[in-house]
Design a protein around this ligand. Structure first.
Ligand code: SAH
Ligand code: SF4
Length: 383
């Protein structure tokens, strides 16, 4: 009973002081106070994009930092949560991959990002977070980038406070911030358990998506022990190109990855796997790449959709985004094969909050240093 009361204060009312736990006796509060804190990560900077996207740079107790992004849309508000400071991997098109320092975030630090966003959005105290059906509740674009819906322009068309019956705007979570969530499996699982618990933050697993670059050995456990929607950063359909741009491919190849997707517990036509595909000019964006993607999805009989992501540039990046004509041609080929392939609208680029632009230490690094770090990281994990 005490446990329930404490959870109620912390996760449902957003209390940040143990002294505020009014229905718990003073002695017990003092005992709790002597052993625990109800904390939040420190906000180092908070930025708002012209499109309404918000980004927070957060600092944890040991001084390490990570970013977290809120993306409001016509029908949902999506929080993009980080799982690590930096990333052990080094996908060539991703800014996070260039970071030197890496550590796993703890469950408290992961849940803390959600709590902080609720603070910032003014969403406490509001009882339980049971969510009404929204127009396209569990389908396309769990990533929150509703490519069909209008953007939220602050001050013009506020979707405001009516995403949920309790007036909550934070409706969806994507584990798509900094880091590779399946390389921090236990902490991500434990954090999401609190996020999904009816007496915790109470978000449905259908509103949570975990994205992996392809850590094949952890995918089955992700399905059974976490059970959220799966997104896979595929980005290329040949060994040659995927080895180059998503180097974990050298360890777990495309065929192995797609077999793991086919076996992902809980994937079916109502809950499809999302394949993320960053559109890089003259690298992975030919018609034959699109056709090969369709062939692979069919070969493995995957309940899948494809999310095409225009490449978001960052200082020192070596790629360009495909032309809009190329992207729409690529999308058409996949659509014509009966597979949904929306183009993800870039959000928050002006504040470096879009996919692949997150990084928490502002060092200036040369191309040579970037290449050196990539080689060093690869050596550390490729057998
Ligand atoms: N590490 C996980 C979670 C990060 S999700 C993963 O890689 O899946 C972030 C998504 O944005 C991934 O699909 C990633 O490949 C993609 N991404 C990275 N850099 C990008 C960039 N510069 N432009 C567009 N998308 C990018
Ligand atoms: Fe890490 Fe994902 Fe970036 Fe690759 S794309 S470096 S796995 S965060």
């Amino acid at each position: 009973m005490r446990g329930q009361q404490v959870w109620n204060w912390i996760y449902q009312r957003g209390a940040t002081e143990i002294s505020a736990f009014a229905n718990i006796s003073k002695d017990t509060r003092e005992l709790l106070d002597a052993h625990f804190v109800v904390g939040r990560p420190e906000v180092v900077t908070a930025q708002v994009s012209t499109d309404g996207t918000r980004k927070w740079l957060l600092r944890f107790d040991d001084g390490e930092e990570a970013e977290c992004v809120f993306i409001p849309d016509a029908y949902r508000g999506t929080l993009c949560v980080s799982s690590q400071v930096g990333c052990t991997l080094n996908c060539r098109f991703c800014f996070t991959g260039t970071m030197k320092l890496v550590r796993n975030l703890t469950p408290a630090e992961i849940v803390g990002q959600v709590m902080l966003a609720r603070d910032a959005l003014g969403e406490w105290p509001n009882g339980t977070a049971s969510l009404p059906a929204l127009p396209d509740s569990d389908d396309d674009d769990e990533d929150g980038n509703d490519s069909d819906g209008p953007a939220w322009i602050p001050g013009q068309n506020q979707p405001g406070s009516n995403y949920t019956s309790e007036g909550r705007m934070l409706t969806n979570i994507v584990m798509m911030g900094m880091g590779e969530p399946l390389y921090n499996f236990d902490n991500v699982r434990d954090a999401l358990a609190i996020v999904m618990d009816g007496e915790g933050l109470g978000l449905s697993k259908r509103r949570i998506t975990l994205s992996t670059s392809g850590v094949v050995p952890m995918m089955a456990r992700a399905g059974t022990e976490i059970g959220v929607n799966l997104a896979v950063s595929l980005h290329a359909v040949t060994k040659e190109i995927r080895d180059e741009i998503v180097p974990i491919n050298k360890k777990y190849g495309i065929e192995e990855l797609l077999s793991a997707c086919a076996a992902y517990p809980g994937a079916n036509n109502a809950r499809r796997i999302t394949f993320e595909y960053v559109m890089l000019k003259d690298k992975n964006d030919r018609d034959e790449d699109a056709r090969e993607l369709v062939r692979l999805i069919r070969k493995y009989d995957l309940p899948a959709k494809v999310n095409l992501i225009p490449f978001n540039p960052w200082p020192g990046s070596a790629y360009e985004t495909s032309t809009p004509e190329r992207v729409s041609r690529f999308s058409d080929i996949i659509f014509n094969a009966g597979i949904s392939a929306p183009v993800r609208r870039p959000r928050g680029r002006d504040i470096m909050a879009a996919c692949g632009q997150l990084k928490s230490s502002s060092e200036k690094i040369t191309r040579a240093e970037l290449d050196r770090r990539a080689a060093e990281k690869e050596e550390a994990w490729v057998d």
